[in-house]
Design a protein around this ligand. Structure first.
Ligand SMILES: [Zn+2]
Length: 261
């Protein structure tokens, strides 16, 4: 799309939003915000807040950068957790992440692991990042720390999309590890729950495209421990009728969506 149309869209779409939104909605929160989720996610345009609900106004405090890294926006993360007191922080990676791809390329082209890699990673190995500026590289290179941890496992994966999803998952674990160093006490006191997930729009985890898979809860990544943690969190809903259909649906979703590669 060229700039004239992009600018026209900007004007027209915002005006349509103004016309379709009751002013009372804004007035009620004119001087305060009360979000309940701190969302740290990637800047990728395929990842948008509406995957968490149709209307996330005043509900989700969104922090975005390349590769959903805590260190890049440490102050904003801290503001949301310590000043806004969101009870949940969601660290959300995604499939086909460009930042993860860059870091993976940087790792494998500089190590002997490349020999052990499956042939299906040839496309990534041969990618050319030579024209990317120092500024862009500087922001993505810290991701080589978590990615290096996952590289030895890559030969297990037959296809690149699954391997890259696995590395996004490993990156989320690392970012949660960092977050726990700073805010682990709040987690221990049950004031903060840190949830890690991978938004899958390529079908790396299941055939259902667009799913958020829950891959980490407060640093817990063991398959059984993860499911158990998820069920424990649901039990915190006051007076939740465990014989209701809604409860059964949630349990079913935990079975399907709380899982790791
Ligand atoms: Zn990304």
């Amino acid at each position: 799309m060229e700039v004239g149309n992009i600018f026209r869209h900007l004007l027209v779409h915002n005006e349509a939003f103004v016309k379709s939104t009751e002013s009372t909605k804004f007035l009620a929160y004119a001087t305060q915000q009360n979000p309940y989720i701190t969302l740290l996610t990637c800047a990728d345009s395929r990842v948008q807040g509406n995957i968490l609900g149709i209307d996330i106004f005043n509900k989700i405090f969104i922090i975005r950068n390349a590769g959903n890294q805590v260190a890049i926006n440490r102050g904003t993360v801290e503001y949301s957790i310590l000043v806004l007191h969101t009870p949940v922080m969601l660290v959300l990676g995604h499939t086909d992440c460009g930042a993860v791809k860059f870091a993976t390329h940087a790792c494998i082209t500089q190590s002997k692991e490349i020999v052990a890699m499956s042939k299906s990673f040839d496309k990534l190995i041969n990618a050319d990042y030579s024209t990317i500026s120092r500024e862009v590289k500087g922001e993505m290179l810290p991701l080589t720390i978590p990615i290096e941890r996952g590289i030895p496992q890559l030969s297990k994966f037959g296809d690149e999309k699954k391997g890259l999803a696995y590395l996004s998952q490993i990156n989320v674990d690392y970012q949660i590890e960092k977050t726990l160093k700073y805010y682990g006490d709040l987690v221990k006191e049950n004031k903060l729950t840190i949830i890690g997930g991978v938004y899958d729009f390529v079908g790396a985890y299941s055939k259902e495209l667009g799913r958020i898979l829950i891959t980490n809860i407060n640093g817990n990544i063991s398959p059984n421990g993860l499911q158990e943690s998820a069920r424990t969190i649901i039990k915190r809903i006051p007076n939740y009728d465990e014989s209701s259909q809604a409860y059964k649906t949630v349990c079913q979703l935990i079975e399907e969506k709380v899982t790791r590669i």
